[in-house]
Write a protein that binds this ligand. Structure first.
Ligand code: UD1
Ligand code: CA
Length: 502
């Protein structure tokens, strides 16, 4: 239930955003990994607990889909569909009666804001609301001064300084276009006046639209008090209309996030060249090198090092993890002091336990690497569970897919797998087993056994020299070396040296 001094918020998000030249509705374009509408919703949440009115139109289904996905963060809210986008005034006309008729959202003042100003801060919006109340105003608008105000509505003031109206860029005279104070598009309006004014809006302008801004002049003419709260942080008020604005806002948001991280003790080698999403947390004394991208619900512990050009998406890293250069981690868990990379790809569902190592050109998918185990070079392991202190040799591949189904590979503790081994799943290697280099494992290997499957080696003495002579007579042997054909077989295949990978 709303209290007498309650505030409800209406977010305008129905516009197509034609100038974005995109198939995605404008408010779903992301800034620092969160759609602009999400930023607006969270901002609105800081000033009201009432249901937030969200006006949707273009791409309504997509917008609703996004809100539903994130509903826990944003609830409660009411979607109001504006089927035809006849202007910002028309948008408020759709939402106001819905909120005003509902006992949980009826309020005596309404904050109207746009879904396309994602840098607006909670400090600014609460300053606006406080100013409105302290002035006892009927309507208060947020303004700022811009060096280049073109495209925005200009705030026209009387000689005495009081606001008389807002004129849109397209409707402004040459003289009005000189005005550098602009309308940010965020307002606080008393409910009874808002209701009355909405009923009187007319589409009399260059665009033939219902401009919400017309209610400012209506308030002045009705003798109501109109106040303006001007913010000096003009960047904050940037409305995104094109992808050029989007990049500008993105850059500023990234700068703020990096600044907050550094103030919290994260070392960022080159703050202009890291990309960290909103929800990401990074522990103290972690070092982020240039080109690092941290996305989604990623949590990075303390004392980690993330080297150049690595991307970590929705993953959890424990204390002291090292991610070498150019790695990609997605929905992975990496326990403390594990080392990944360089150039490793850790795909969803993988868990790398404490002090394990995943090295160069290794790809893991739904694979668990036990404590202290190593997969150091050139491997693909999918749907695999690896125990503790296992060494997986260079070039080891799990054949986890037969064209129809995925199958599991289990490698128990203390197993040593030589280089260039294929494990044809489903298969299990028992504890302490040894797999010879070059083996194709098709059957389970019992604990502490040697598994080997390869053709015995034959050395044909002199064959290489004779072949050379045949193809290039100038290289014919002169001292009889290699003249006789003699074949030798090793006595046992098993006695061959095992190439090891470390
Ligand atoms: C608006 C203001 C302008 C201000 C600028 C600040 C009006 C008439 N003009 O202009 O004074 O300087 O914002 O950024 O209000 N929307 C709807 N339904 C519609 C039309 C728009 O929901 O029918 C939504 C859009 O999705 C957007 C917001 O309202 O989130 C602003 O619309 P936009 O077309 O960007 O208005 P501007 O021309 O930028
Ligand atoms: Ca705009």
């Amino acid at each position: 239930m709303s209290t007498p001094n309650s505030t409800s918020v209406i977010i305008l998000a129905a516009g197509q955003g034609t100038r974005m030249k995109s198939s995605l509705p404008k408010v779903l374009h992301c800034v620092a990994g969160r759609p602009m509408l999400g930023h607006a919703m969270l901002l609105a949440r800081t000033i009201t607990t009432n249901p937030i009115g969200v006006v949707v139109g273009h791409g309504a289904d997509q917008v609703q889909g996004y809100l539903d996905e994130e509903q826990l963060q944003f609830e409660p809210y009411r979607l109001v569909e504006q089927t035809q986008q006849l202007g910002t005034g028309h948008a408020v006309q759709q939402a106001f009666p819905v909120l005003n008729a509902d006992s949980s959202s009826v309020a005596n003042q309404y904050v109207i804001m746009c879904g396309d100003t994602p840098l607006l801060s909670k400090e600014t919006i609460s300053a606006l609301v406080n100013y409105h109340q302290s002035e006892g105003a009927t309507l208060t608008l947020l303004t700022t001064i811009l060096e280049n105000p073109s495209g925005y509505g200009r705030v026209i003031r009387e000689k005495a300084g009081t606001v008389s109206r807002v004129v849109e860029d397209r409707d402004a005279s040459a003289q009005e276009k000189e005005v550098s104070e602009i309308n940010v598009g965020t307002y606080v309006v008393e409910s009874p006046f808002l209701e009355k004014a909405l009923g009187q809006l007319k589409p009399q302008n260059a665009q033939g639209e219902y401009y919400f801004t017309d209610i400012i002049e209506m308030a002045v003419q009705a003798g109501k008090k109109v106040a303006a709260w001007s913010t000096e942080d003009f960047l904050e008020t940037t409305g995104v209309n094109t992808k050029v604005h989007l990049a500008l806002v993105e850059k500023e948001m990234r700068r703020r996030i990096s600044e907050q991280l550094m103030l919290a003790g994260v070392t960022i080698v080159d703050p202009e060249r890291v990309v960290v999403d909103h929800q990401v947390t990074v522990g103290q004394d972690t070092v982020l090198h240039p080109g690092v991208v941290l996305e989604g619900q990623t949590k990075i512990g303390e004392h980690c090092i993330i080297r150049a050009n690595s991307r970590v998406t929705s993953s959890v890293l424990g204390r002291g993890v090292i991610i070498q250069d150019a790695c990609v981690l997605q929905e992975a868990t990496v326990d403390e002091e594990a080392i990944i990379g360089p150039m490793a790809h850790v795909r969803p569902g993988s868990v790398i336990h404490r002090r394990a190592k995943v090295g160069n050109f290794v790809e893991l998918k739904k694979t668990e690497v036990g404590e202290g185990s190593k997969v150091n070079h050139l491997s693909y392991l999918g749907d695999t569970t690896i125990g503790r202190n296992v060494n997986v040799g260079a070039g080891t591949i799990t054949c986890n897919y037969d064209g129809y189904r995925k199958a599991q590979t289990i490698i128990e503790d203390n197993v040593f797998i030589g280089s260039d081994v294929q494990l044809i799943a489903p298969v299990k290697i028992g504890e302490g087993a040894l797999i010879a280099a070059g083996t194709t494992v098709t059957e389970d290997v019992p604990a502490n056994s040697l598994g080997i499957s390869r053709v015995a080696q034959i050395n044909k003495e002199g064959t290489a020299a004779r072949r050379r002579a045949l193809l290039d007579p100038s290289k014919a042997p002169t001292n009889g070396q290699g003249g006789q054909a003699e074949e030798k077989r090793p006595s046992s295949v098993v006695s061959q040296k095992q190439p090891q990978s470390s």
